[in-house]
Design a binder for this molecule. Structure first.
Ligand SMILES: NC(=O)c1ccc[n+]([C@@H]2O[C@H](COP(=O)([O-])OP(=O)(O)OC[C@H]3O[C@@H](n4cnc5c(N)ncnc54)[C@H](OP(=O)(O)O)[C@@H]3O)[C@@H](O)[C@H]2O)c1
Length: 269
């Protein structure tokens, strides 16, 4: 397994990271995560709202079960909550727009995952100006809670995930220089955010990629590739998609939405 730095944070993560949004249930999540960690994957992207069925049955809790008995110090864990003005759903990390709500989200994530600190905490889906406003404006903001949690050692670094355009992402990284990590949607068919990836890398901000297979669309074989590029003949599209992302040194880790042990074969290529 190849490991890469997360910008200037000092953390090192496997170039293939574990996404936790696509699990089919507790058993599937525990099996895939344990196998992945056994193969050397050390970065886990956690979301309070992923696969949320109840307080006990959700992807965050499944990660907690999978990690029982493993060496915490070898893992790099990232959790998140969504900044939005509206009805707050702290149990799912949704509608978070005050310091206290974000503080509760951090406490809930720590408890569910069963750890004393998280390496990263991200503002989840900060994709429009209104989301940045809900997250970062005023002294009572979610950003204030993230900074206080960092001061207390509950969170090591802060950042955000975004489906926004490169101009917004670049602007937000400039306005909040202590954002040290960003997760963006990027694959060889969706390259609109490339400029922001380069910008982040040049300033020591780590970059994680979500949607490497376009949510499962870039899977299988492609006649177009077979016909056009002899050297790619017989290579599954998903392998081409991962190789494209791995080849960019600005990318720290590629979060796969793996939900089968068979999906892990890719990490050995
Ligand atoms: N996508 C987003 O909007 C988003 C937002 C925030 C965070 N994230 C994080 O980023 C992670 C990755 O995003 P994503 O789940 O959209 O990623 P993705 O890898 O592009 O899509 C996941 C889907 O691709 C298929 N797949 C995964 N690995 C495969 C393999 N090796 N071979 C063949 N098919 C494979 C599976 O489809 P089948 O189930 O059909 O087999 C899976 O459901 C998420 O799990 C989450 O942690 C994503």
């Amino acid at each position: 397994m190849q490991y890469r730095p997360v910008g200037s944070t000092g953390a090192r993560v496997s170039v293939l990271g574990i996404g936790t949004m696509r699990f089919k249930g507790r058993e599937n999540a525990v099996e895939v995560i344990r196998r992945a960690v056994g193969l050397g994957l050390n970065y886990i992207d956690i979301g309070a709202g992923y696969s949320y069925r109840s307080l006990e049955e959700n992807a965050e809790a499944w990660v907690g079960e999978a990690l029982k008995g493993l060496d915490r110090s070898k893992l790099v864990l990232s959790a998140k909550a969504q900044p939005r003005k509206g009805e707050a759903r702290v149990d799912r990390g949704l509608g978070i727009h005050t310091r206290d709500q974000m503080w509760k989200c951090i406490e809930t994530s720590l408890k569910r995952v069963g750890v004393s600190y998280l390496d990263f905490y991200q503002l989840w889906d900060m994709s429009a100006a209104a989301h940045f406003e809900a997250a970062c404006s005023g002294r009572d903001s979610p950003l204030t809670a993230l900074r206080q949690a960092r001061e207390q050692g509950l969170v090591r670094h802060i950042g955000f995930t975004s489906h926004g355009g490169p101009d917004d992402i670049i602007q937000w990284l400039g306005r909040v220089p202590d954002f040290r990590f960003v997760t963006v949607y990027y694959n060889f068919t969706n390259r609109y955010v490339e400029e922001a990836i380069t910008y982040a890398h040049d300033r020591g901000v780590g970059v994680a990629i979500m949607g490497p297979l376009y949510g499962g669309i870039l899977v299988g074989h492609s006649r177009a590739f077979d016909d056009a590029l002899v050297e790619l003949r017989r290579m599954p599209v998903q392998e081409i998609a991962f190789r494209f992302l791995y080849s960019n040194p600005a990318i720290s880790t590629v979060l796969s939405g793996m939900n089968e042990v068979a999906h892990l074969v890719l990490c050995q290529s």
